[in-house]
Ligand binder design. Sequence first.
Ligand SMILES: *Cc1c(COP(=O)(O)O)cnc(C)c1O
Length: 432
Amino acid sequence: MNFISTRNASPAVSLSDAIAAGLAPDGGLYVPQAMPDARELQPGHSLAQTAATLLQPFLAGDRLESQLAAICESAFDFPAPLLPLATPGDQVLELFHGPTAAFKDFGARFLAQCLTRLRGADARPLTILVATSGDTGAAVAAAFHRQPNLRVVVLYPDGRVSPRQAHQLGCFGDNITALRVAGSFDDCQALVKRALSDASLQARAPLSSANSISLGRLLPQMSYYAHAALCHRAQTGNTLNFVIPTGNLGNAMAAILARALGVPIGRIVLATNANRVLPDYFAGKDYAPQPSVATIANAMDVGAPSNFERLRWLYHGDDAALRAAFTAASVEDDAIGLLIARRHRHFGEVFCPHTATAVKVLEDLRNQGVEGDWAVAATAHPAKFEGVVEPLVGAVPVPPALNALLQRPAHADPIEPDYQALVQHILATPAG
Ligand SMILES: *Cc1c(COP(=O)(O)O)cnc(C)c1O
C-alpha cells in the first residue's frame, strides 16, 4: 500500500517513508492510496492483536511489515477498557491508561516503535521536535525516552501548562530535553517550523516532528475504536456510536477512517470546547480557521484543526456529503464545569474537562431523544487536570503510572523564543 498527498502533487510513498517525512513535500497530508476493506474484521483477543490485523493492509510491502505484530505488542501494552456510565446505554472508552494518562500515548508509542526500527544503524541520531501545549509533549517524551539513536526536544510555553504537565515534560532527562519558552505556544511552534525547514541544521542533525498530522500517530488510533466497536457488537449484537472530544481532529479522524474502512461504528459526533470552527462548519458555515481561544479544556484549544484537510479529502471535497455524515457541538467552559460537578454529585463519576465536553454532548443527544448504544471517548485522566477538576469534586487520586512520573525530579531549561538558543539545545541533547 502506498500513501499520497491530500494535495495530489507529491509522489506516492510507503508508510515508512510517509512516517519519516511527516508532511508531504507539497505541503499536504499523507493519506492512503486505497481503502482496505475491514468489514470482515474480527475482534482480536487483545487490543494489540486487533491493531495488528487492522493495520496490516496499510503496511503490505512496507519494510516494517514483518515487524507489525511486535510494534503493536510494544505500543499497545496497556488496555483501553469500554466501561458503563451511570446513565443507561451510555459507556466510556477509557483511553488514559498509558504512561502519561492521555490517549496520545497510543499514537506516540506506535510512532516511536516505528521510528526506532526505521533508524536501525544509521550513524546520526534523529531528533524529534515537539511544540506542545501539554499532552502531546509528555506522550512523545515518554514514548521516545531511551530509544536508541533518537532524541527529543520539547518546547512548551512557560507558565501556560498545568504544574503536573510541566513536571511530566521535565522528568525524563537522558535523550529528552524540555525547554520552557518565555513566550506563547505559537512562539514554540514557530521555532519548530523554522528548524524543520532549516537545511543546514538538518544536514548536521536530521530532524522530524511528531505532531498530530503524522500517519504514525493517526493510523494506530483506529485500533481502539475498532476493538471497542467489534467487542461491543460481539457481545450485544449492537452497533456502537461515539462522541469524541475534538481539537486537531487527530483522535476523531481515526474513528472516521476506521468507519470508512467498514469497521461497525455507528454515528460519530464531535464535541469541541468554545473553539467552534467545526460546529460552525457542520452547521453550514464556510470553513473558517480562527485564532484559538483559551478554555478549561485546553488540549482542545485549536482554531485551525490540522486534520480537517484529511477529512475533506475523505469526502472528495464534497462539503454537503461531509456535513451530512457528522454533527459537531460546542460546549462552553461554564457548562463543562457544571457537568463535572453534577456527574460527580449524582453518580460519583469524575471526568477530565475534555471528556466532560463529550459527556455533555451525549446528555444533550439523549435529551433530544437519540437512542442506541453510545460511548464517550475519555481522552485523559482527570488527575492530569487537577487545577480544573479538584475545585469541583475534591481530591482526585493519581493513577500509578502518572504518580511514578511525578515522583521523579524534573528539569526544564528556560529559553527566550530565540532560534540560535534552540539550535544549541538540539545539538547538545544526547541520543538514546
Ligand atoms: C489532544 C487532546 C484532545 C484533542 O485531540 P485531537 O486529536 O487534537 O482532536 C482531547 N483531549 C485531550 C486530553 C488531549 O490531550
